[in-house]
Ligand binder design. Structure first.
Ligand code: MN
Length: 327
């Protein structure tokens, strides 16, 4: 007898569960949100389970079909039969969601991060060769016989363009373009999605971008660039977490830069680092080296550092430069 595939196990778990929670990591991005909302719709086709999606959703994703019913992390109770983490691993869940994850009867993951392993889950779908988690969810929908309508297409397209930077990053393949074409064939209007997800900023966010760009610091003859978003500036400009998205991508494509780091102050002793590299530096490895909770992709990764911003800014440049030498 053949063992059931993880996708089949997930389908069975969804069908037997009475309640399902879908969630991304802390600070979910377009791929995570799109994958959660798309899978939630799939479960509604396959199961009578109550399905919740949880996460702190930046404003740029408020238009997404189903986004209005997403639970705030604080509203999550620990009473789900099945919790599935999408596009990030369970070490980066916000506290109330983490409690629900550990209290669940079954735990699953669908992820494409090279830093994610299967050990913490009953059902693990991990494929580091996938350009996005949405691509993996699409494969599941097809296998489960669920028709992709224009709403599902919008959700999946969001993850696709977010994680490939609009089909520009090295993870983009002919397969990615073929999936995009399939999604457009549902009648999807892609322009407003590209604008909302990749291009549009709030006026406050534009000012924050200017503030950060004006103050970047280069190290090692311009090989490393570091930008800083401090809490005081965010407050002064009226910025929220969504205004910070994309700033790090504006840093890395600077001539001569191999490694870009954006330091975002989250609290008196908590800084989020967003890391990007152009070629040689494996920033997923660097993120893990900086803190065990770090992770991501070879070209794009993140890590939370429990240190005051000022302290970190004295030690960090040396470590970053070191990483560009090691490759
Ligand atoms: Mn992703």
């Amino acid at each position: 007898m053949n063992a059931a595939s993880p996708g089949e196990l997930l389908r069975m778990a969804m069908q037997s569960a009475r309640s399902v929670l879908l969630t991304g990591p802390m600070f979910p991005d377009g791929d995570s949100i799109g994958a959660c909302l798309a899978l939630a719709r799939a479960i509604e086709h396959l199961s009578s389970a109550r399905v919740d999606v949880a996460g702190a959703i930046p404003l740029r994703y408020a238009w997404m079909p189903g986004a209005d019913s997403i639970l705030a992390d604080e509203a999550v109770a620990a009473d789900y039969d099945l919790v599935v983490v999408l596009d990030g691993d369970c070490r980066r869940l916000p506290p109330p969601v983490e409690a629900a994850f550990h209290a669940a009867t079954m735990r699953g993951i669908i992820d494409h991060h090279s830093s994610t392993g299967p050990e913490d889950y009953d059902i693990a779908l991990i494929d580091a060769s996938a350009a996005s988690t949405c691509e993996m969810v699409y494969e599941l929908l097809i296998r489960w016989g669920i028709a992709v309508d224009v709403d599902l297409a919008a959700l999946l397209y969001t993850g696709l363009i977010f994680d490939t930077g609009g089909f520009r990053h090295s993870n983009t393949t002919s397969e990615t373009h073929r999936l995009a074409a399939t999604l457009l064939d549902t009648g999807l209007d892609h322009t407003p999605i590209n604008i909302a997800v990749l291009m549009e900023r709030r006026p406050e966010g534009l000012k924050l971008l200017g503030h950060v760009l004006e103050r970047v610091t280069f190290y090692g003859d311009g090989v490393v660039v570091v930008g800083v978003v401090d809490l005081q500036t965010c407050e002064r400009l009226g910025c929220t977490v969504g205004d910070i998205e994309g700033i790090v991508d504006a840093l890395v494509f600077t001539r001569g830069v191999a490694l870009a780091c954006l330091c975002v102050e989250k609290g008196p002793a908590l800084v989020k680092l967003s890391l990007r590299s152009q070629k040689e530096v494996d920033v997923a490895r660097l993120a893990r080296q900086l803190h065990p909770g770090g992770g991501g992709h070879p070209r794009a990764a993140g890590v939370m550092i429990p240190e005051p911003l000022a302290d970190l800014l004295t030690s960090l440049p040396g470590v970053l430069y070191e990483a560009t030498i090691q490759g």
